[in-house]
Ligand binder design. Structure first.
Ligand code: FAD
Ligand code: NAD
Length: 481
């Protein structure tokens, strides 16, 4: 067995782990990064954020090409070369993971490919293709990420059953697809398959899509999804799945409000689908082999417990990213990475963001940051909402996408921006301004007085601030006295 020592071992090379390793190397530490994959990248680059966004980009182009006939330009119905599409997506993944691997080398971060087992609070064993390595470390950052949640009623060993990983492999474009779970993954991948030509049905067990997101934002998306998807079933559960010769027979149980047509709850209904995609959440990968040789604690939901510096109950071990708590988002993992590294270096760093942006990359996109309206109300805050409809802004009309809304959640007395929500085409690119505004303690007055370029969708942020004062240029809505 090979023996090695390092100052910092990082276990898991996703956007949490590789960001930590690179930053620590930049600060002068000797770093070893461990992952089972050939290159750093983790779920995000290999089977999450990146491949899904490559496919969503293609879906957007197809959608625009179809819609172009309304502008007097006809391309004809797109023809699909699925092998080429798959290899385009793979090339995107390879380019990025290979690139991150190169950057690791340039920074002199030692990358070991293999599966790690902790053997003590200061050592681990790594089983790789070229044998075993015993690695002694001064500190370790656990960044082992998360995996799809499995549900017993949906456990069926069949190639027709997919999770996000197999769904992203794009085995084919099934004639019919049932998506179980109306969250991020279900709606993003449902959008891809529906645009490529599948008849997509979505089943969501709660009363609305994207639980936790403000309803006025979701309704903008839902209107469009109702034309893209063949059915959206809310308050409905899948109670059984069974393989048949021609597909998966799915048994539903409606909990009350029925489907999108608002029908009454009925007896369980059945339908056969070519494929079923299960996207009902993710669980933290905290069952790290050998974790019991340390004092690290795991909470009831399976997340590794950490303090504000991301230190676990074991003084030498830190945890970041999906394994260390929600929201399970790549940029939250990378930010925690920097805090943990600084804490290891003895700096007074702490993870206390006022706002973590979130984006659902559907069409339209939904993005929010800081407090949602629902959260602010639940906390009993004295707030005011200022909303600006995209139908009133030039840029949205020029791109023929007036179906959007930008809203600010403001402290009623001071006008301080507490949250921002945007539904609309490209909302994900706009939300960063909201996060900066919240982090800087900006008020509606500041945003109103900041000159925004014309014609852009970013003007909707400025005009929302003007709405707060009853002075929006493009919306006549005087302030109530
Ligand atoms: P991960 O990226 O999960 O990486 C963990 C790594 O640890 C893996 O490579 C794993 O192989 C390795 N590992 C685990 N255990 C061991 C072990 N014992 N030995 C060796 N290696 C080990 N987030 C966004 O912000 N934006 C998006 O658009 C987005 N899209 C997504 C789309 C999909 C389909 C999915 C599934 C997720 C998406 N996410 C998105 C979430 C995002 O991927 C995660 O939040 C992010 O990857 C978490 O990063 P991480 O560093 O915590 O762990
Ligand atoms: P999710 O939590 O976003 O959505 C899961 C949905 O499934 C919820 O609406 C839930 O009510 C529903 N559900 C749960 N059990 C069900 C059942 N038995 N039947 C029907 N519906 C059920 O989870 P996800 O879509 O699997 O994504 C996992 C996580 O990955 C996300 O929460 C997010 O953190 C991350 N992610 C982020 C992005 C992004 O940033 N754009 C994209 C994909 C994934």
């Amino acid at each position: 067995m090979a023996r090695d020592t390092t100052q910092l071992a990082v276990l898991g090379a996703g956007p949490g782990g590789y960001a930590a390793a690179f930053y620590a190397a930049d600060l002068g530490m000797q770093v070893t990064l461990v992952d089972e994959e050939k290159n750093p990248g983790g779920v995000c680059l290999y089977r999450g954020c990146i491949p899904s966004k490559a496919l969503l980009h293609v879906a957007k182009v197809i959608d625009e090409a179809r819609h172009a006939s309304a502008w007097g330009v006809s391309f004809g119905e797109p023809t699909l070369d699925i092998d080429k599409l798959r290899s385009y997506k793979q090339s995107v993944v390879d380019k990025l993971t290979g690139g991150v691997g190169q950057v690791a080398k340039m920074r002199k971060v030692k990358f070991i490919q293999g599966r790690a087992t902790l053997t003590s609070p200061q050592s681990m064993k790594i089983a790789g293709a070229s044998g075993e390595t015993e690695l002694q470390f001064e500190h370790c950052i656990l960044a082992t990420g998360s995996s799809p949640t499995r549900v017993s009623s949906l456990a069926l060993d069949s190639p027709r059953m997919m999770d996000s990983t197999s769904g992203l492999e794009l085995p084919d474009v099934p004639a019919s697809l049932l998506v179980v779970g109306g969250g991020y993954i279900g709606l993003e991948l449902g959008t891809v398959y529906a645009t490529l030509g599948s008849k997509v049905s979505v089943v969501e067990m709660t009363a609305g899509l994207l639980p936790g997101v403000d309803r006025d934002l979701v309704s903008v998306l839902q209107k469009r999804l109702e034309t893209l998807f063949s059915r959206i079933m809310l308050n409905t559960k899948v109670v059984k799945v069974a393989e048949e010769k021609n597909g998966i027979r799915v048994t539903f149980e409606s909990g009350g409000a029925g489907d999108r047509r608002g029908g009454p709850s009925g007896p369980p209904s059945e339908e056969v689908f070519d494929r079923v995609l299960v996207a009902v959440g993710r669980r933290p990968n905290s069952e790290i082999p050998g974790l019991e040789t340390t004092a690290v604690k795991v909470d009831a939901k399976g997340f590794i417990e950490t303090d504000g510096q991301r230190r676990t109950a074991e003084a030498t071990i830190f945890a970041i990213g999906d394994v260390a708590g929600e929201p399970m988002l790549a940029h939250k993992a990378s930010h925690e990475a920097r805090v943990a590294v600084e804490a290891i270096q003895g700096h007074r760093a702490v993870f206390e963001p006022l706002a973590i942006p979130a984006v659902v990359f559907t069409d339209p996109e939904i993005a929010w940051t800081g407090l949602t309206e629902a959260q602010a109300q639940a906390e009993g805050r004295d707030i005011e909402i200022a909303k600006f409809p995209w139908a009133a802004i030039g840029r949205a009309i020029t791109i023929d996408r007036p179906d959007g809304v930008t809203k600010l959640v403001l402290d009623k007395k001071t006008g301080r921006i507490l949250g921002v929500g945007i539904a609309g085409s490209g909302a994900g690119e706009l939300i960063a301004e909201g996060t900066l505004a919240i982090e800087m303690g900006t008020t509606a007055e500041d945003l109103k007085m900041t000159i925004h370029p014309h014609p852009t969708l970013s003007e909707t942020l400025m005009e929302s601030a003007e709405v707060f004062f009853g002075q929006s240029t493009h919306v006549y809505k005087p302030k109530r006295k």
